[in-house]
Ligand binder design. Structure first.
Ligand SMILES: Nc1ncnc2c1ncn2[C@@H]1O[C@H](COP(=O)(O)OP(=O)(O)OP(=O)(O)O)[C@@H](O)[C@H]1O
Length: 205
């Protein structure tokens, strides 16, 4: 369903990787590893169509993603390394605003349920600047609770999370895979899922 072949990534003067390929089916997770600077975030950006590969091709449902454009983006959920939340807004306002900007309707009740699931019950109405780093990461991750797009691309989703929150996010990813979704993530730690198949790809040496 998601297939990459012979990908080459050049940033500035440097070639970060070449000859990278993988194939991912429904219910599978690709866990990207590698040293700092190996090109993991760059590869995620390539998958999302934000950075074109120097050579190679990425295909979604057997079609090149650069030809699919909006059709592909409609099936994609990208969660970047930065939380992309507004500090002056509350967790609830952040969720509602993000959904609104994406052209999606999100009921307040659904947003509150997502915040409770990620352990932020009681913090829904506090401006995000008063939250800890882990709590801010949880706000960003709350959108995964009700996310039903087929392909999740997650840049270091576990960063700043405590043990319980890592297990909670792994549970959300596992449920997504069980529904037939696909996921690609970068991480510096082992991924233990309750469901789905984990494939590993390590960039660099
Ligand atoms: N626009 C750019 N121009 C030049 N170099 C860049 C650009 N973007 C990224 N790089 C460089 O590419 C390399 C890989 O960056 P990338 O963020 O993909 O690595 P990473 O494997 O995700 O690292 P980390 O584990 O530290 O998050 C880094 O050395 C970075 O400085």
């Amino acid at each position: 369903m998601l297939e990459a072949s012979n990908l080459e990534c050049v940033r500035g003067e440097r070639r970060l990787f070449a000859g990278v390929g993988f194939r991912l089916e429904a219910g599978e997770l690709l866990s990207l590893g590698g040293a700092n600077g190996a090109g993991k975030t760059s590869l995620l950006r390539m998958i999302c169509g934000l950075t074109p590969p120097a050579t190679g091709e990425i295909r979604w449902r057997d079609q090149p993603t650069n030809q699919l454009g909006a059709e592909f983006r409609a099936e994609l959920c990208y969660l970047g390394h930065h939380n992309a939340i507004k500090e002056e807004l509350t967790p609830l306002e952040n969720l509602l605003t993000t959904a609104h900007l994406a052209g999606e309707s999100l009921a307040e009740e659904t947003a509150l349920d997502a915040l409770a699931t990620v352990g932020l019950a009681g913090r829904e109405d506090l401006p995000c600047r008063y939250l800890s780093q882990g709590q801010k990461r949880r706000v960003a991750l709350a959108r995964l609770v009700h996310e039903r797009r087929a392909l999740w691309v997650l840049d270091e989703p576990y960063v700043a999370l405590d043990v319980a929150a890592v297990a909670m996010v792994a549970g959300l990813i596992g449920a997504h895979l069980q529904r037939g979704g696909l996921a690609v993530l970068t991480t510096h730690q082992a991924v233990a899922l309750t469901a789905g198949t984990v494939r590993e790809l390590r960039l660099g040496h």
